[in-house]
Design a protein around this ligand. Structure first.
Ligand code: SF4
Length: 397
């Protein structure tokens, strides 16, 4: 993929960061249709039609070079997607050209996408995300062929925490239920009592028996949850009065309190401003979360933005999260000035690109062996990992 050369971005430098971080303002050209207004992704189109559609998106980080260089591949992917009735799930952190391959209902966060996929009849699911996400899709759709562009793409949270780590914590806190974040592999889920997402963790924890809950694997998320549930639940986690191994998201970890204070000053987003907001994800450091005007899961942040836009109450926003989330938000909400730090990308999610996705579809088209792309789990793991997910779904209603 070519480097992007944005035409309508102002590049700003955040002075008080030790590392030089490129802060970027993203604003589309103002005439962008809402994502749902763009033509569907699986119609019979020519390459010229595809180019026209891509230009019409007025995506703030899609350049002439991106579109001209990749329209042919996008066209081929869309043609094969339609021909083979493939459901293509696009995580919010995907780069714009990849994200745009998915229909609106195929876009979202990892659990939402997996639940959507389970309701479809399509034999093939291509999950444009990292393997732990595709595992959840496989657990919920064991009879479907679940494929990912790059099986080696990792995740700093999921990679550094496994089934043995869950067992160690269970021994340290016998009888306490283990609540595991969906950002984990199936083997760790299989040893846990219940799953949670960043949208429902506080609610799920309150439904669990006893005073104590073991939360894994995200240490910052756990500390934020501990604060949220103060006086209601004792949240224990890796590294809290123990030497158990935990992990953090290497993307959200990078935002510091100084960064946020600098953003407030540089981009004139004062605390309490009615129309300018600073958002942070649950996986950020506790002092970053406390500084934000709004914190939540990706879906909660998106919902808050949509609600504010609907009543004309969002002029400017900074989202302390993965860069491509903001870039995709900037397309959806063209009237809002979004700032982000585009040096902060998930290197794992970035492994997913158009060329690799096209390779999967070409392999399906040739009826080739798909093992290079296919997510496989033993029936026993699927059974065991499904239970904590189902418990979460029951506890969510
Ligand atoms: S952003 Fe990347 S590192 Fe962070 S949880 Fe998602 S996949 Fe893992």
């Amino acid at each position: 993929m070519l480097d992007r050369l944005p035409t309508d971005r102002e590049h700003l430098i955040s002075d008080d960061l030790e590392r030089t971080k490129k802060m970027t303002v993203m604003r589309s050209n103002g005439e962008t249709p809402h994502a749902t207004d763009t033509p569907g992704c699986t119609t019979d189109l020519s390459i010229e039609d595809v180019k026209k559609e891509l230009y019409n998106r007025h995506h703030p980080s899609l350049t002439f070079l991106d579109i001209e260089a990749h329209a042919k591949t996008v066209h081929r992917i869309r043609t094969l997607k339609q021909k083979h009735d493939v459901v293509m799930l696009g995580h919010n952190y995907m780069e714009p050209l990849v994200f745009g391959l998915s229909e609106k209902e195929e876009q979202g966060d990892s659990l939402g996408l997996s639940m959507f996929a389970a309701k479809t009849e399509a034999p093939y699911l291509i999950f444009n995300g990292v393997p732990f996400m595709a595992e959840t899709a496989k657990i919920l759709s064991p009879d479907k062929t679940v494929l990912v562009a790059d099986k080696t793409a990792g995740c700093s949270l999921a990679d550094n925490f496994g089934a043995e780590d869950v067992k160690e914590l269970k021994e340290l806190y016998p009888g306490a239920p283990v609540m595991i974040y969906v950002n984990s592999y199936a083997d760790a889920k299989a040893e846990s009592d219940i799953c949670c997402t960043s949208a429902n963790a506080a609610h799920i924890a309150k439904t669990l028996p006893g005073d104590t809950v073991i939360f894994v694997p995200d240490i910052f998320f756990a500390q934020n949850l501990e604060e949220e549930l103060k006086g209601e639940k004792n949240v224990v986690y890796p590294g809290k009065d123990n030497t158990a191994r935990g992990a953090v998201c290497e993307v959200h970890e990078r935002f510091t309190l100084d960064d946020l204070l600098n953003v407030r000053e540089s981009f004139e987003i004062p605390k309490g401003h009615p129309d300018r907001k600073l958002y942070a994800h649950w996986e950020c450091r506790p002092n970053v979360l406390q500084e934000a005007d709004f914190y939540g899961s990706t879906s909660q942040i998106m919902k808050d933005i949509a609600e504010r836009v609907a009543v004309n109450q969002l002029e400017r926003a900074f989202v302390a999260s993965e860069c491509e989330l903001t870039s995709n938000l900037a397309q959806e909400f063209p009237k809002v000035q979004f700032w982000t730090a585009c040096s902060i990308r998930c290197s794992h999610m970035a492994q997913v690109n158009l060329g690799k996705i096209a390779n999967i579809l070409e392999a399906i088209d040739r009826d080739d062996d798909l093992s290079e792309y296919e997510i496989t789990l033993s029936p026993e793991t699927i059974d065991k990992a499904r239970t904590p997910i189902e418990r979460m779904l029951e506890a969510s209603v």
